[in-house]
Write a protein that binds this ligand. Structure first.
Ligand code: OXD
Ligand code: MN
Length: 595
């Protein structure tokens, strides 16, 4: 196939990759529906995709059981020196890593097609958008990229002859010998998986996995790890944040960007349906936020993606009706269960479990089975445009102005429902110390507390200490236009282990308090950890929360926070002299306030 581009750097890179990977053929993706349909037909015929009778143009995939999530300990930030990657990243020497990976890439696409995917992160031509080119040997990746990014010739037109792009090389790492039948989900064994980033060269090499962020390279690899490094160099921000617009009954709009670790409800909050009368919410993005300073000095945000790669289990009409409405057609489901009438199912789905299903491993399943029907990190890939609450401005090239930043995590104890930072520096401190109990989005133990600064621990493409400093630098540039910063915890439990807050749509009550804080309309109580609503400050009309539960929810217990100080000190210590002095000052001020 002749290259549909006259960009010499691009044609040369594709040629070099083809020489190394030795595919049987090369296909330049045009991003058309016909291309998507042809690839899906091919995957159905090969047994990799199962068409769903109940959902038009929707397909179920089952991954290999070894390839079910991002693999953080196989993810590398490969900078010339270890200190540039910092203590929270796996570092590898670029020369050595490339040598090792070239060994794997050599001949890895034999028997397969090399697909070239030109894609734009951000509306094509937006001043905030970036062009990437992914080379992959996975048709599943091509179809997912069609949904998650803007793909095709229109991207090549913007790229032109001289334009710059981020090269993203991906292989599932499973050459197909002649005459051998393919398996439904080819991939390499775990010890051969490498998700590698070379931030100094804006380069991504991923080998051995076909799943999610390991393989859809526009998402975590480009839009967060590489983009965060570019953003620091160029003076903007690439964050692991949802973006949402709230409109109050008077028609005033507030834009909120919120960072939570994976599988802590970002997609649910992004699509929130407020339960408080007169308030309206629109979704702009559910996972990634790029922000640049606009002409008026405020941060303007775009969602660089065009789809949702959401965690399926727990999603229902009760928890996220807008997501459920988005999933009616044109969806790729991965590792969900299959019902007998040709629909998908997962734990936490509406209604009763099916009497019989086929689980994510392809085995017979019934409610009596002592195992999950869907993998806890099962996903849906859905076009954002299908979301009933998507904002009409979600593709505005200049983005939307951010009023409020929210950080948070999943903590059964310690953190109250919400508190506001005293200042920008205090807000950066809250972001830098945010912690959460681990979830199934990453391979590893579930339920341990880990500090996940700004929800960026797995996604920061350089030394996290320098990233903290970048937040201070941006705050200095925003000055009086800086968004206000809040910290939330929807997951607080009573001492007996009962959830104290109903969550989901009711979280709008907390968002309302934040907006009214911005407007200076509502009060708060000063506590050592920040500003907490007093009982009457939260609009709880129509909710019946026992007053002792509310007191517990809003309790910023100094004893519990004091007990965390040694952990915070150890957390900061790992950054050595890269820890900004302003963070150290914040920790000292907290200790003083705690008495
Ligand atoms: C995601 C993640 O897939 O954060 O968005 O793991
Ligand atoms: Mn995410």
């Amino acid at each position: 196939m002749k290259a549909p581009t006259d960009n010499p750097r691009l044609t040369q890179w594709v040629q070099e990759c083809a020489q190394m990977c030795e595919p049987d053929r090369i296909h330049w993706c045009d991003g058309s529906a016909a291309e998507y349909d042809a690839l899906m037909r091919q995957m159905v015929a090969g047994g990799a995709a199962i068409p769903l009778a109940k959902r038009p143009n929707s397909f179920l995939f089952r991954s290999d059981p070894s390839d079910v999530a991002r693999v953080e300990d196989r993810t590398f930030i490969s900078t010339p020196s270890r200190v540039e990657a910092g203590p929270t990243n796996n570092w590898a020497d670029p020369g050595e890593l490339k040598r090792t990976m070239r060994g794997y890439f050599q001949g890895c696409m034999r028997g397969r097609t090399l697909y070239v995917i030109p894609f734009s992160m951000g509306p094509i031509g937006s001043p905030l958008a970036k062009i990437g080119i992914e080379i992959t040997d996975s048709p599943y990746v091509v179809c997912n990229m069609h949904i998650m990014t803007r793909v095709g010739h229109k991207v090549l037109r913007v790229l032109g002859k001289e334009g710059d792009f981020i090269p993203c090389l991906h292989s599932i790492g499973a050459p197909l010998p002649k005459g051998q039948k393919d398996v439904p989900w080819p991939c390499a064994p775990i010890e051969q998986k490498y998700i590698s980033h070379f931030p100094d060269e804006n380069l991504i090499w991923s080998y051995g996995s076909g799943y999610g962020g390991n393989a859809l390279l526009g998402k975590k690899c480009l839009a967060l790890r590489i983009a965060s490094a570019i953003a620091r160099r160029e003076g903007w921000m690439a964050e692991h944040m949802l973006i949402l617009r709230l409109t109050n009954p008077k028609g005033r709009r507030f834009h909120i960007a919120a960072a939570f670790p994976s599988a802590c409800g970002k997609t649910n909050l992004a699509m929130i349906q407020p339960t408080i009368p007169g308030w309206k919410a629109e979704c702009i993005g559910d996972d990634i936020c790029w922000m640049k300073i606009g002409p008026d000095g405020r941060p303007y945000a775009i969602n660089p993606e065009s789809g949702f790669f959401g965690v399926a289990p727990g999603t229902s009409h009760a928890s996220n009706p807008a997501a459920m409405e988005s999933l009616k057609e044109n969806i790729i489901f991965t590792n969900c269960a299959l019902t007998d009438d040709g629909d998908i199912w997962w734990e936490g789905f509406d209604g009763l479990p099916p009497a019989h299903a086929v689980d994510w491993k392809g085995k017979e399943w019934s409610p009596a089975s002592k195992r999950d029907a869907a993998h806890p990190n099962a996903r849906f890939t859905a076009p954002a445009a299908q979301c009933p609450v998507i904002s009409p401005d979600w593709e505005k090239p200049e983005g939307v102005p951010i009023d409020i930043f929210v950080f948070g995590g999943r903590r059964g104890s310690v953190e109250p429902l919400v508190h506001e930072a005293y200042s920008w520096d205090h807000g950066v401190f809250l972001g830098s110390t945010s912690g959460s109990e681990t979830t199934a989005a990453n391979i590893g133990a579930v339920g341990n507390l880990r500090r996940d600064p700004f929800a960026m621990k797995p996604f920061c493409g350089y030394n996290m200490g320098d990233y903290f400093q970048h937040w201070f630098d941006m705050g200095d540039r925003f000055g009086a236009k800086a968004p206000r910063i809040f910290y939330v915890n929807w997951f607080r439990k009573s001492p007996e282990g009962k959830w104290l807050w109903p969550g989901y749509g009711e979280n709008s009550r907390v968002l309302k308090w934040m907006c009214e804080r911005v407007e200076g309309k509502v009060g708060a109580r000063e506590t050592p950890i920040g500003l907490v609503p007093r009982e009457g400050d939260l609009d709880l009309t129509g909710l019946s929360i026992p007053s002792q539960d509310l007191a517990h929810l809003l309790n910023a217990d100094p004893v519990a926070f004091k007990a965390e100080v040694p952990d915070l000190e150890a957390h900061f210590k790992q950054f050595g002299d890269r820890l900004p002095a302003r963070l150290d000052a914040q920790l000292k001020a907290l200790v003083k306030r705690l008495g």
